[in-house]
Design a protein around this ligand. Structure first.
Ligand code: N01
Length: 536
């Protein structure tokens, strides 16, 4: 790295973010002899797992799947303790990875990238940070995460609240003790569903403000079965291969049948089996749950009956039952005792669809019909998903065009990893790739490997720059849309559709064609000399 007299530094690549994506990117870049500098806003590594420390935070992809595959030593030596890892253990793992591979020396913490501007004269990115650093990089790699820009709704009076408020995605590192408090949780997505049972156990009273009920399947978390661990470790290469070729980046038992071709008894027994097993595999019970409303209704009805059976008060049970969107089209949640929490005397469910929040007050909040006194408010209100992190950077490509201009009508990428008009820039698990519909680590490793191969091709071929063509990008965007619209997903007001952010364009952002098929497509593009890209 040429660092001349404290002036602008130059590197081959700047990587933005030190979560799972940024760390693996750095590891690969180093291994290939590229100089790299990683900037990370947090004080430590971990990305999602660094910020999301809310009570009950846990991964709902199983531990043996949700881990790096790039080092056999690492995957053999690391020991997970539970079927689904809790946030502290994942953070410990990612810190172990950073230390084991000596990654920290190229990471600058507590530093946010504020601008990245492409200089057409020398085909380099000029990157600036909030600490005043400036770096010139041949490549700019966005490892900024899909769910990293927390969104706190702009409720009237929010600033007037005199108690403490938190967002699940920016949880205080020292933890929060709600003992004896009146606590309000706003939102009932995955983060809320994980934290509500724990907060209810601490608080004097918990008020859950629900706009849309969610479908949640039990985790049935347990200590990791040592026999299972041994069998996976003995066969990890094959286990990982199958994950890479699967639809969602981990193997679940798939059924090739339609939900509509079997008898109601067979269906019930299959749903029961999956419910008892727990976890996201439920969505694969039948092949048409995501494409046929009638098939989906059978699973949704099964869930509704389960929810009613778990909640003692029938009126509360009804209020928790999702009705207006197909199961799985908002992210299926995975819980431990969520519905049962509403049987507690110290928990109240408030339907804010019926009686919306009108304002936050100094001592709590007011809905249309009632006022609540609260000591703390937890915003479990989600993220400006998939585009928020990139759109918050002053990111300018060729001709000075900004990402905000380019994506004004919704994100447009080629393969979810490159953007026309932004040469030598890559987005790891960007919109238009399977990303959030998959085991993120499998998708991250696939993108990183593809990107470093591409960078090597450019370097060895003596090219100055690579850029997705507008035509290839248009075709990819159309394909992503077409495949998305073959499913029921667009029927829900979900963050997949940008529906949780007022004014955000309604586009189904991730690619639902499947992790294995997508990987094949990316490999074909590379094998054809980076088809759909222009090389200079
Ligand atoms: O966020 P969400 P999240 N007024 O957007 C409500 C991943 N994840 O942080 O549905 C009132 O899902 C909103 O209501 P509605 C996972 O991919 C994974 O929970 O828009 N309410 C909703 O109930 C997940 O999907 C794990 O009507 C408002 C909630 O807030 C993603 O992260 C764990 C509101 C937001 O739910 C995001 O999950 C946690 C408003 N103005 C998260 N605005 C695991 O791996 C929003 N809401 C386990």
């Amino acid at each position: 790295m040429a660092d001349t007299s404290g002036q602008k530094k130059t590197v081959d690549a700047v990587v933005v973010g030190a979560g799972f994506a940024g760390l693996y990117m750095l590891y690969r870049l180093r291994g290939l002899g590229f100089t790299a500098r990683v900037f990370e806003a947090g004080k430590g590594v971990g990305g999602t797992w660094y910020w999301n420390r809310y009570p009950g935070a846990r991964c709902d992809v199983e531990s043996m799947d949700y881990s790096y595959s790039f080092s056999d030593e690492l995957q053999q030596e690391w020991r997970w303790t539970e079927r689904y890892s809790a946030q502290p253990e994942i953070l410990k793992y990612i810190n172990h990875v950073a230390d084991r591979f000596d990654l920290r020396r190229d990471i600058t913490f507590s530093t946010r990238v504020t601008a990245a501007v492409f200089d057409e004269d020398d085909d380099r990115w000029d990157i600036r940070t909030d600490t005043g650093e400036q770096v010139s990089a041949r490549f700019c790699i966005m490892a900024t995460g899909c769910l990293s820009t927390a969104q706190v709704p702009d409720f009237k009076g929010r600033e007037s609240f005199e108690g403490k408020w938190y967002h699940t995605g920016h949880w205080p590192h020292e933890g929060v003790d709600f003992t004896g408090q009146r606590v309000g949780v706003i939102g009932t997505g995955s983060s809320a569903i994980q934290s509500i049972p724990i907060i209810a156990g601490q608080a004097a009273h918990l008020y859950v403000f629900q706009r849309t009920p969610n479908f949640s399947v039990p985790a049935h978390n347990a200590p990791l079965d040592p026999d299972y661990e041994r069998s996976v470790k003995a066969n990890y290469t094959e286990f990982r291969r199958q994950a890479r070729e699967s639809r969602i980046g981990f193997v679940v038992e798939r059924n090739d049948k339609s939900a509509l071709e079997v008898s109601p008894e067979e269906r019930l027994s299959e749903y029961e089996k999956r419910w008892n097993r727990g976890g996201l595999g439920f969505a694969a019970t039948y092949t048409d749950l995501q494409t046929s409303k009638a098939a989906n209704d059978t699973a949704a009805e099964y869930f509704r009956a389960k929810i009613r059976s778990l909640v003692r008060d029938p009126a509360i049970g009804e209020a928790l039952v999702p009705r207006h969107y197909p199961l799985g089209t908002k992210r299926l949640c995975v819980d431990t005792g969520y519905y049962e929490t509403f049987n507690r005397d110290n928990v109240t469910l408030i339907d804010i669809k019926k009686s919306p929040i009108e304002e936050i007050t100094p001592h709590g909040l007011k809905t249309r019909d009632a006022a609540f006194t609260l000591d703390s408010i937890v915003f479990a209100t989600g993220f400006d998903a998939m585009t928020g992190a990139l759109m918050s950077i002053d990111l300018r490509g060729r001709g000075g065009e900004t990402i905000q201009q380019k994506w004004a009508e919704g994100p447009r990428t080629y393969l979810g990893l490159a953007i026309a008009g932004f040469p030598n820039l890559f987005a790891i698990t960007g919109p238009g790739s399977p990303s959030v519909l998959s085991n993120m680590i499998v998708s991250i490793e696939q993108h990183v490997d593809w990107i470093v191969d591409c960078m090597t091709y450019i370097k060895e071929g003596g090219f100055a720059a690579i850029e997705a063509t507008a035509q290839a990008q248009d075709m990819w965007v159309e394909h992503v849309n077409d495949v998305g619209h073959m499913t029921l997903y667009p029927q829900a007001n979900s963050w997949y559709m940008g529906a949780n952010i007022p004014g955000k364009p309604r586009i189904f952002m991730p690619y639902i064609g499947g992790v294995g098929a997508y990987r094949q497509k990316c490999d074909e593009v590379a094998a054809k000399g980076y088809e759909g890209f222009s090389l200079r």
